[in-house]
Design a protein around this ligand. Sequence first.
Ligand SMILES: [Zn+2]
Length: 382
Amino acid sequence: MMPHRSMLQPPVPLLLLVTLLAVGCRSPLSGQSAVPRAEPDPRPVVHSGESNPPIVGVPVQHVVVISVDGLGSSFLAKLLKAGMVPSFARLQKEGAWTHNARTNHGTTVTLPNHISMVTGRPALAVEGMAAATNHGYTSNVVPGPMETFHRGGNPELTYLPTLFDVAHDWGLVTGMFASKPKFVLFSRSLDGDSGAQDATGRNDGRAKLDQFVINEDTQKLVGAFVEILARTPPHLSFLHLRDPDTAGHVSGWGGAGYMDAVRRADTQIGMVLEVVTHNPALKGRTAIIVTSDHGGTGQSHGEPGIAEHYTISFHVWGPGIPAGADLYDVAAGSYANPGITRPLPTAAKQPIRNGDVANFALYLLGLPPVPGSSIKGHLDQR
Ligand SMILES: [Zn+2]
């Protein structure tokens, strides 16, 4: 069985409460048995709608996470002002968002921040934090052939559970679609050899990603992704778009090439929005989260103390999410807008971080948080 919302800590956020009351306050997925998977492995990807009729009033059955690599929010704000990024404009008009989210406190490079996104853990240890809190994976290069983030991370931990572990163990279909070769780290860390035993209910196997695609050509990657989304959508999918980062390294953050790359990412997000808006299986039941691993200045982004490196945007769009809302307004009980500061992961009130992705995606799906995670990932009651 699926977890009931009441099992989740902390309680249902206000903005979802209205929707949930309409369906008797049950989990979006409660009453559904786990998504059927043909045995034995490898299982085909099964669309939930084929065997589980949609539950009337269910707000979120699919979550698409999109990480735009290297998207600093000041550059995005400029393009929005100029009316050049219509998909982001739509996400802001119809969803909740902020241009003042944060990366990790101590690192503004790609892999450590993406591992925070999937684990809900800060990358680095700081004073006053329990030793087994941070994920500890600091390398940002293509991993060696045997490397996993379990082995290469915090030595206090033998395994780093992710949002894919939780969703998969609960019987949901998962996928990751990435545009840099080093993202092989995710598939390798979560494959049938390195993934943990299923922790919940029926045994869905150790491989936590049902689909994993790497293509450095983002046009082809997104083309393949939207096709999968239209035909056999995973319940939880993660799309990584590299172009702004690549252009920033070549011609500088904020330069013409960079701005073009952000506009290209906007068009690609538009392709996802298009499918999610018009496909009957997805329409009205799909949430989209868009954030970034870091920003940048000049031709780099590796200085975690520079505001343009650590200041990113965070967008949430979908059923139950208030339209045009400041994310800090709808999350005021849990988070505090950090202004121009860079709070430590031990600060009492946290900024919204890219690391909120993991638990926020699970929360929207009605699933419990990632075991051992410390970044809460939910919108609290006001
Ligand atoms: Zn980079």
